[in-house]
Design a protein around this ligand. Structure first.
Ligand code: ATP
Length: 199
């Protein structure tokens, strides 16, 4: 699967619609300090489901919307779209061209679209879980991240290894199933109580 393009519209310093087409090989993004290089990477993490405003250098999620400049009024909406070439069927259930769109409004309301259809954040997270892509993956390594991995607690490092090895998905499913099992056992206890009362 290859990254084809990233379209940024109203996200951080990108007030105007900006499309970046990724050609085969290595792409380098260069520019003076403060010109928006990190904002591009943040837009990529955001469209893949980033939920932490803090990790996007904001205090709340609508802070990612263009906040205005000396010559331009603030915007009310940010949209980022990412397109992948999935013709190698890296994601077997998805079409040859995979498009993910995320929008946010000043009100805080936001939405995700997968190939133009509204989906939940969970669908985007599940789509990329254990693939090596996604917001927490190693395909996006920010400044200081390598150091923080080295300095992290063994348990936290284990989670990273589990994600890389592809077992995290099953662990999450197991946790979900165990929770459901506990809830069912609680319901069963309640039924036994009622039956005892009725006797
Ligand atoms: P450096 O090389 O110093 O790391 P950079 O090229 O990575 O810089 P960024 O950090 O991506 O630059 O961009 C910072 C710029 O983005 C600042 O000028 C900041 O004012 C602007 N910016 C950030 N958030 C917003 C926003 N919501 N609205 C408008 N501009 C914003």
């Amino acid at each position: 699967m290859k990254l084809k393009s990233l379209t940024i519209n109203g996200f951080k310093s990108f007030a105007d619609k900006t499309e970046i087409d990724f050609q085969p090989g290595i792409t380098g993004i260069v520019g003076p300090n403060g010109s928006g290089k990190s904002n591009i990477i943040e837009s990529l993490r955001w469209v893949l489901g980033e939920q932490s405003a803090k990790s996007l250098r904001g205090s709340k999620m609508p802070d990612v919307i263009f906040a205005g400049s000396a010559t331009r009024a603030p915007l009310n909406r940010a949209e980022v779209e990412i397109e992948f070439d999935n013709s190698d069927r890296f994601l077997p259930d998805q079409p040859d061209e995979l498009r993910i769109t995320r929008r946010i409004y000043r009100s805080g309301e936001s939405e995700f679209l997968l190939n133009g259809k509204k989906v939940r954040l969970k669908d985007i997270v599940n789509l990329f879980m254990d693939t090596g892509l996604g917001k927490e993956s190693f395909s996006v390594i920010s400044q200081g991240r390598v150091e923080s991995i080295f300095n992290s607690k063994p348990e936290d490092r284990r989670v990273l290894i589990e994600e890389t090895a592809g077992v995290l998905k099953y662990k999450k499913e197991k946790e979900r199933a165990e929770k459901e099992l506990k809830e069912t056992a609680d319901h069963l206890d309640r039924v036994v109580d009622i039956l005892t009362e009725l006797k």
